[in-house]
Design a protein around this ligand. Structure first.
Ligand SMILES: C[S@@+](CC[C@H](N)C(=O)[O-])C[C@H]1O[C@@H](n2cnc3c(N)ncnc32)[C@H](O)[C@@H]1O
Length: 308
């Protein structure tokens, strides 16, 4: 199996302040890079981890078993974190989100995530999800496609690409990543193709739509703040501005001081916010990490702690 290199590994593990008897949740297990490091540090604790992708779960199960058996894996969406923690009667001391897809998912051509490899248009993390990229591309109206490309891809040629898709699918169903890349390519001015692949933004947008990524992340981050133990931390690694904006604004909201008491000496504890920011500015990868792993280039790590 081709490897996934974990992003901001040391920074994330350090920022979680791991206690050896603590309860930790990895919302995005992937290939257990972060989870392995957590598990090594909790001989008397327990790790709970989620992934929609069954390949990630079975690979990681083996990898983690070599460290210890203090873990439980869920092959399901992280939106179930709150429900599962309530069932298990636990309050996590740390929760980690390392968003997006793993390199293993991207490199597996058959999954249809990559604009560099020809494959059926799929892009589902969860193979039981009825919504595929093919459904989005062939059935969504031009207005919806334009909105998705604009909002989730920040694609400035959104309308042009959506119209070209509509024209093409009137002749023949669009079935493969290559067919979609060719359509997008025709809509892109030559000089804009030099710096970035023309299909990058549209592929990102369709992937977000297919997997309902932003809505699920926003809901689950709010749930995670509710169930976090006192002194517990949440670490979030994002890879694009839309995810980062959601994280930043939720963290800002819950760490906001009451303006009436702001700056006053001896503020009673109960009037302080429940959370404090551990990272005022996001932690970014160092140059050597970016050189070693290009995928880390756009990563940002934000961390928050429950204080009461
Ligand atoms: C960037 S990878 C995580 C890599 C991992 N931290 C490591 O070091 O190996 C993200 C993983 O999260 C999973 N994922 C993304 N969204 C999810 C969701 N809503 N629920 C569960 N898993 C999700 C993906 O399938 C992928 O395996």
């Amino acid at each position: 199996m081709e490897k996934h290199i974990s992003v901001l590994l040391k920074e994330t593990i350090d920022s979680l302040n791991i206690k050896e008897n603590g309860i930790y949740v990895d919302a995005t297990l992937g290939f257990a890079g972060h989870s392995s490091e957590i598990l090594k540090r909790i001989p008397n604790g327990k790790l709970y981890a989620f992934d929609k992708d069954e390949t990630a779960i079975s690979y990681s199960n083996e990898r983690l078993n070599k460290i210890s058996n203090n873990f439980k894996l869920y092959n399901e969406g992280f939106e179930n974190i709150k429900k599962r923690c309530e069932e298990e009667n636990i309050k996590p001391d740390g929760i980690l989100f390392d968003l997006g897809v793993s390199s293993v998912e991207i490199d597996d051509a058959s999954r249809g995530f990559s604009y560099m490899k020809d494959a059926p248009l799929d892009m589902r993390m969860d193979k039981n999800n009825p919504l595929t990229a093919q459904v989005v591309v062939n059935t969504y109206k031009v207005e919806s496609l334009t909105k998705i490309f604009r909002e989730y891809g920040e694609e400035k040629h959104a309308l042009k690409i959506a119209k070209e898709i509509e024209k093409e699918r009137q002749n023949k169903k669009i079935e493969t990543t290559k067919e979609l890349v060719d359509i997008i390519d025709r809509c892109y001015p030559y000089k804009e193709k030099r710096n970035t692949h023309p299909a990058k933004k549209v592929f990102q947008a369709i992937r977000i739509e297919v997997n309902n990524e932003l809505e699920e992340f926003e809901k689950t981050l709010k749930d995670s703040l509710e169930i976090l133990n006192i002194k517990g931390r949440i670490a979030v690694i994002t890879f694009h501005s839309l995810e980062d904006r959601i994280c930043k604004s939720i963290f800002k909201e819950v760490t906001k001081e009451n303006p009436v008491i702001k700056g006053m000496p001896n503020i009673p504890k109960e009037m302080l916010p429940d959370f404090k920011l551990i990272t005022n500015k996001p932690i970014l990868p160092q140059d050597y990490e970016i050189e070693h792993n290009k995928r880390s280039k756009s990563a940002k790590l934000r961390v928050i702690e429950r204080i009461k």
